[in-house]
Structure formats: C-alpha cells, structure tokens
Write a protein that binds this ligand. Structure first.
Ligand code: PMP
Length: 356
C-alpha cells in the first residue's frame, strides 16, 4: 500500500534520493566501494560536498558576501554557535520568542551575554507570530525562527533592522524564495527540506565574523569552516550525499520558485478542509499559519480512535502532533506530493460523513 508520510522531520524525501542513496551504500559511483567506507577526502567525496554547496548557492541565490557551511550538531548546536560568533564580550542580542525552538535558542544565547526578548507569544501557547515590536539599535544581532515547526506558525515577513538578521530556517528553508542578502546568518538542521538528518547548513555573511573578542573553540568557529571548506573534520559523507541528491531533485523541479507554488497549493488544500470540516479546528492564528506544518485538533476526542483507524487504512502516517502539544500536525515539506494532501483531505471528508 502507498504510504503518505506527514512526518515533521526527519521527513519524506524524493524517491530518487532513497534509490540513489541505497545504490551508493552498495557501490558508490561504480567505484566498487560503499559510500560508507570511503574517506571524506577522497576526490569523489569532495565532489559531493562541493556540489551540495554549489547547489545551495544556486538555489538560494547566495551572494558572494556569504558562504555556505555544512556542520554537525543539527540546528541545536547552531544556537550557541551563533552567539559565540556574533555576540561580543559584554554585548547584547535581541531575540524573538515565537516557539519552543526559539526559546531554546534564547536559552543557549543567555550563556553568552544579555538577551533582550523583544516579544513573545508563549502566553498564548505560541499560536501566533508576534509583530509590531521594536528591535533595539545597540544589539549585535536580531534572532528569529522563520517557521515554528511544533505550533504551526510561520513568519510571512521579516522585520527591518540595522542589526544583522539571524534566522533559524530549519523547517522552511528552500520552501520559498528568501533574499539571503538581507540576512547575517541563516541556519537549518538538514532533516526537512535539505535532506536526511546528520548535518546542518549555515549561510554566513563573512564580514560579520572575527569581531566578538571571544576565544572560540575551532569547531564552533564559522571562520574555521569557511577556511577549510567544511572539511575541518570528518563530515558525514552519506548524509551530505543525500543533501546533494535532494538539491539536484529540487533543481529539476524548477527550483525554489516552482516548489513554492506546489507548497502553496498543498497548504491551501489542507487549511480549506480544516476550516470547512466541522469536526476539526486549526490551532494557529489564521494569518500566521505555516505552509509547512498545519496543526489542528479533533473537536471530539471520543472519536479519535475511529479517525486514527481511517488514517491507517488510507496509509496516512506520522500525523500525530508534537508530544508537547498533542492533536494533529500535517507536515507538508517539499517532497510531499499534493496527492498525499488530497488523500488526507478525503479521509477527513469521509470521517465527517460518518461521524459529523
Ligand atoms: N529549530 C527548528 C525550527 C526545528 O524545527 C528544530 C527541529 N525540529 C530544531 C531547531 C532543532 O534541530 P536539530 O534537531 O537539528 O538540532
């Protein structure tokens, strides 16, 4: 039976990525060796990371002022890394508290200096994106999270500020156009729209670095990875190979602009059904709804087992909400076909006919 995978991450990737990764595990590029047993410094491995970097630059139109780094430790290690690299000794940074990951980024940054939380939607269970806040002028940077994976909200625009803009784009990178030149640092854990888990990408404006006066551990210093072209230490060859294949697939789809149209169509179909169907309620503020993660609840919990059984029957998997919030969450990353959303919508309609 065909499975429709709505997992929030690691998530569905294009079938061609799975096929080529599987092949590479047995015989990488017809070399007679598995991709799992080769040096990250072997020529064909270096080509993988070079291609992956070039594809990020091309697909996101990264200007020459910025570099693209592949690091490990996921987005979580980027939280302190950003502060290490940009927050001066005795300096201040501004953060927007728009979700659990934003709060985690704040927690880590507080180890490095004074953090000014410009606004927070915590009191309302993070169901909206705060707006209309002021960003102080004396901060080293302003940090925000473009997509709130858990609560299903997404920033539709970014504030204008004279401070460098730093953004955690873990759950919506490459899903729509962003003007990279407006950002000091963009980072993301790979395991949604970039590829499989195992790496994080950081897109860094080079002239912001080297100014904190801190003694930064080599691995956490962006300058190390710029100088060593992301090969300072052993990088996960199979994971970056997956990123490269996934980016090649995205390019073949027509790139970010083309996939953005598909993402909009999926989100519209999903939210139209959530709003139409009397048995469900969307949990995020309508104007802030995420195109990547649609969160909703079943109004009558007593019929949950019946809905879950119908989902299973239709091959819809991983629709449960985050363990902290419950309910349902339809994650609709780039590789999820529109057809999967249509199957889910059909199940919701049939469920309404039976129980509505
Ligand atoms: N930021 C956001 C927006 C996320 O969605 C996640 C994980 N889902 C993280 C950070 C943490 O990422 P990682 O697991 O790669 O550390």
């Amino acid at each position: 039976m065909k499975v429709h995978n709505f997992s929030a991450g690691p998530c569905i990737l294009p079938q061609v990525v799975f096929d080529k990764m599987a092949e590479a595990c047995l015989n990488f590029n017809n070399s007679g060796t598995s991709i799992l047993e080769i040096s990250h410094r072997r020529k064909d491995a270096v080509e993988v990371i070079d291609n992956a970097r070039a594809l990020v630059k091309e697909l996101m139109n990264v200007p020459a002022t910025h570099d693209v780094l592949f690091m490990q430790g996921g987005a979580s290690l980027q939280f302190p890394t950003v502060a290490y690299n940009l927050l001066t000794e005795g300096g201040k940074a501004a953060y927007l508290d728009s979700g659990k990951w934003a709060a985690n980024a704040i927690k880590e940054a507080k180890r490095f200096g004074e953090i000014n939380v410009v606004a927070s939607s915590k009191e309302d269970n993070y169901n909206y994106v705060p707006k209309g806040y002021d960003i102080p002028t004396d901060v080293d940077y302003f940090h925000c999270t473009s997509n709130n994976t858990i609560f299903g909200t997404q920033m539709k625009e970014f504030p204008t500020t004279n401070a460098p803009l730093v953004c955690d784009m873990s759950s919506d990178i490459l899903s729509k156009h962003v003007d990279v030149s407006k950002f000091g640092v963009i980072y993301a854990g790979a395991q949604k729209n970039m590829g499989p888990a195992g790496s994080a990408v950081a897109i860094v404006q080079k002239d912001l670095l080297g100014k904190t006066g801190r003694n930064i551990p080599d691995y956490l210093n962006y300058e190390t990875h710029i100088k060593k072209e992301s090969s300072f230490n052993t990088w996960p060859v199979i994971a970056i190979y997956g990123v490269m294949l996934n980016l090649q697939w995205l390019k073949e789809q027509g790139g970010v602009e083309a996939i953005a149209k598909v993402n909009t169509a999926k989100a519209e179909a999903m939210y139209a059904e959530i709003d139409r169907n009397g048995l469900f309620t969307g949990t995020a503020n309508i104007e802030d709804r995420s195109q990547m993660n649609a969160t909703f609840v079943l109004n009558n919990e007593n019929i949950k087992a019946e809905f879950d059984a119908m989902l299973k029957e239709a091959g819809v998997v991983s629709l449960a909400g985050h363990r902290d919030v419950g309910g349902y969450r339809a994650s609709m990353y780039n590789a999820l076909p529109l057809e999967s959303v249509q199957v889910l919508v059909e199940v919701m309609k049939q469920f309404e006919q039976k129980f509505g």
